[in-house]
Design a protein around this ligand. Structure first.
Ligand code: ATP
Length: 743
């Protein structure tokens, strides 16, 4: 056959394949539409029911209303690329060569007869789509990627895993240049997309790995750590819905820009119940916006700071040096060191936080003083009289002052501010700290909080507890009892209706029934509550976290179920980790496991090789042993690395010709001036034509083209980060790092 004839023939085969898949795609969407309509009607129906006024009727109505609203939201979120894959499996017990096809998509769908038409990508039945290889096909004869735009099939890509099983027609119809390469070559938009259609087998292993324990995923730049972490969160919510919808999942990322970069991934995977935060914004009432020297963050992040905070709290539980006399009515009473020491011992043995234990301390001291008072009366005192005397003692100003001095009610903010602003307090709480380190921590009382303060504030909050207000405590206890009753009721009504197992848990419904305050989801309630404990925590760019930050996160997940992703080659925080064993051998005593990702899906090979050469040269120079493994790029592009090719403006113009997103990454002290010079926005707006940012802010992000300026002036981890953000072009200008190969 001549070449033109061959092309005609190929075109015909492709058109036929598209037609076949279009029929399936039409069916799947019409099923989605039918379900959407059905749910919309159900929602309208429950909303139309008038309140009968009883609590039960209102609860029922609200429970169904939120259930249907959540279902509708899920159906809307999965509209794009609802179906993306097909596997043809050798049919057991059938004629040789007969195949069974299974379609894989964002959610599972069945037709009216309950026959599955689409398999959820997270279901065990979808696993062969990601796991099958030619060496180990696991019954899969062919894997097909189905590309769609809107509801139209635009292409198919086949991987044949077992050619022997295909008949001649099927063999003639093989097509595909690789859905993965097509995905990698796409322009970036400033928003991360899911990779559900092209998850690779080493990634799939991690995504579906057991929920228990701490799973650490080490991988070089662009190996899909963030993508894997997000898909794992969606997978775990699917596989452990009951447990995780109730307790919630926390996702910790490096910056707000990063959180907005990834914000669309989980909803597109049908999940909305994840709380995402940075360490700076973790505490509901603390705004930590200021930055500080790496050396300061290093001192604040040391594990030994936990002892410093504990000693600072204990130092506010003081025994006076000598007897103090206070006048109550016409009597002189003595506050004696021995009595204070005894009351303090008793309060400490209660093992409660400082403010709650203070109640024990004060009660004991008041009773001691009341007995002194009664003894001075000389006559027998009834129980009732003693109670009256105790009250007289309690309200006496001098008594209050003296007891406060012995056991001061505290706030976490006040305690930490005092440590930084009053050198004698820090010296008392940190006897082992060098004078130079203490000087580093010195700060005025009004200074704003930094990210490194957050774990210390949380540590202090843990030891100090809530401020005790008896009236508030009573109201809170009542609200608690009410909440438990609501949850029990919600669970009953969900069971009675056959609902549940979906996006809504009894707790979420109960929160929505409550007629006080706004309707809150688990995620919203968790985010507003410092002491909330999560069912699972995902940490991205985890190498940046200090030992003190890990204490905060471990407290928030008593079951120790974590997905930790990061790269010790990219560490830039002074308090961060250079070896995972340093973090977890002590923190979770060996109950952690390490997985590795080795293929870089972002950076062209020539750029990745240059970044690796620079990292290794700088580690050699600094005498540091690199613990991260080398990565291999999935592809290369000619001309992807440029060094000193032109001015900043020239290189920007060149970058723009490539299309997609463009960033300039420069040392932090140049960013403001560069933004002005290039007319870039003053913050990190990933949708702007040019984003100017420092290496820290660029963590976790990627752009089609990156101009990296003065990389030679950046620290080792920062330089490595800056050089590995580009998907098409890295242009380096200015002061270059040691070890940079010339293209
Ligand atoms: N299986 C895949 N299919 C398609 N694209 C993928 C796949 N895995 C990763 N990618 C893409 O590779 C890029 C890098 O992924 P990601 O940001 O998750 O890497 P990372 O390891 O977190 O990188 P870094 O540590 O450098 O921030 C993203 O654009 C992601 O969508």
């Amino acid at each position: 056959m001549d070449r033109a004839g061959q092309i005609d023939d190929d075109d015909g085969v492709l058109a036929a394949q598209l037609e076949v898949e279009q029929i399936v795609v039409d069916d799947v969407y019409s099923r989605l539409d039918a379900l959407r309509e059905q749910t919309r009607a159900q929602l309208a129906q429950v909303r139309a029911v008038r309140y009968s006024g009883t609590h039960q009727a209102r609860s029922e109505r609200d429970s169904f209303s939120s259930l249907y609203a959540d279902r509708l939201a899920t159906y809307d979120a999965v509209e794009q690329r609802l179906l993306f894959g097909r596997i043809d499996l050798a049919a057991d017990g059938q004629d040789e060569g007969s195949l069974v096809s299974r379609y894989v998509g964002r959610i599972g769908l069945s037709d009216e007869d309950h026959t599955p038409v689409l398999t959820d990508w997270r279901a065990p039945a979808a696993r062969p789509f990601y796991q099958a290889t030619a060496a180990n096909p696991g019954g899969v004869v062919r894997r097909r990627h189905v590309a769609t735009r809107g509801r139209v099939v635009t292409g198919v890509e086949d991987d044949v895993l077992d050619v022997d099983q295909l008949d001649d027609d099927a063999r003639a119809g093989l097509s595909g240049e690789g859905a993965l390469l097509a995905a990698l070559g796409a322009h970036r938009t400033g928003r991360m997309h899911d990779i559900v259609a092209t998850i690779q087998s080493e990634q799939d292993e991690i995504i579906r790995s057991d929920v228990e324990g701490v799973l650490v995923v080490q991988g070089g730049p662009g190996t899909g750590k963030t993508a894997v972490a997000l898909h794992r969160a969606a997978y775990l919510l699917y596989a452990h819905r009951e447990r995780l919808a109730r307790s919630g999942v926390l996702l910790v990322g490096p910056s707000n820009a990063f959180l907005s970069y990834i914000e669309r991934v989980l909803p597109a995977l049908g999940e909305t119940g994840v709380v995402s935060t940075t360490m700076s914004t973790l505490l509901p009432d603390v705004v930590a916006t200021a930055t500080e020297e790496s050396a300061v963050a290093r001192v604040k992040g040391r594990a030994s700071m936990a002892g410093v905070v504990a000693r600072a709290v204990a130092a506010r539980q003081r025994v006076p040096a000598r007897i103090q006399t206070v006048r109550v009515g016409s009597h002189d009473l003595e506050i004696r060191p021995d009595d204070v020491a005894a009351a303090r011992g008793r309060a400490r043995r209660a093992h409660q936080p400082h403010n709650a234990a203070r109640v024990v301390f004060v009660r004991q001291m008041l009773s001691t003083l009341a007995r002194q008072y009664a003894a001075q009366l000389g006559s027998e005192v009834s129980g009732e009289d003693l109670a009256g005397i105790t009250e007289d003692v309690r309200v006496e100003r001098d008594v209050r002052v003296a007891l406060n001095l012995a056991w001061m009610p505290l706030t976490p903010e006040g305690l930490i501010r005092d440590l930084w602003a009053r050198p004698e307090r820090l010296a008392e709480a940190a006897p082992g700290m060098s004078r130079a380190d203490r000087a580093l921590l010195r700060r005025d009382r009004g200074a704003p909080w930094t990210e490194a303060d957050v774990p210390l504030l949380d540590e202090a909050a843990e030891l100090i507890g809530e401020r005790i207000d008896p009236e508030r405590a009573r109201v809170a206890a009542e609200a608690d009892a009410q909440q438990r009753a609501e949850i029990a009721y919600a669970r009953e009504s969900m069971q009675a209706s056959g609902a549940g197992g979906g996006m809504v848990s009894a707790e979420m419904l109960a929160a929505r029934f409550a007629d006080t305050g706004p309707i809150l989801t688990t995620a919203e309630r968790a985010a507003a509550d410092r002491s909330w404990t999560y069912g699972h925590i995902v940490v991205d760019e985890a190498q940046e976290l200090s030992p003190m930050a890990w204490r905060v996160l471990l407290r928030r997940c008593p079951s120790r179920s974590f997905t930790v992703v990061g790269d010790t080659g990219q560490t830039s925080s002074g308090a961060g980790a250079h070896r995972w064993s340093d973090v977890f051998d002590t923190a979770v005593r060996g109950s952690w496991r390490l997985a590795e990702l080795t293929i870089n899906y972002r950076t062209p090979e020539s750029v990745m090789d240059a970044a690796t050469a620079v990292l290794e040269a700088s580690a050699r120079r600094e005498g540091v042993e690199l613990t991260a493994s080398r990565v291999v790029s999935a592809r290369d592009l000619p001309g992807a690395l440029r060094v000193d090719a032109g001015t900043v403006e020239d290189e920007l113009a060149h970058a723009r010709t490539l299309g997609g997103t463009v960033a300039v990454i420069a040392p932090a002290d140049q960013v403001v001036a560069l933004r002005r010079r290039l007319g870039a926005p003053a913050n990190v707006d990933l949708t702007a034509p040019v984003v100017v940012l420092d290496p820290l802010a660029s963590k976790g992000l990627e752009f089609d083209a990156v101009l990296a300026l003065d990389v030679g002036a950046m620290a080792r981890g920062d330089a490595y980060v800056a050089m590995t953000r580009a998907t098409r072009l890295l242009s380096m200008l200015g002061n270059h790092p040691v070890g940079l190969p010339r293209p």
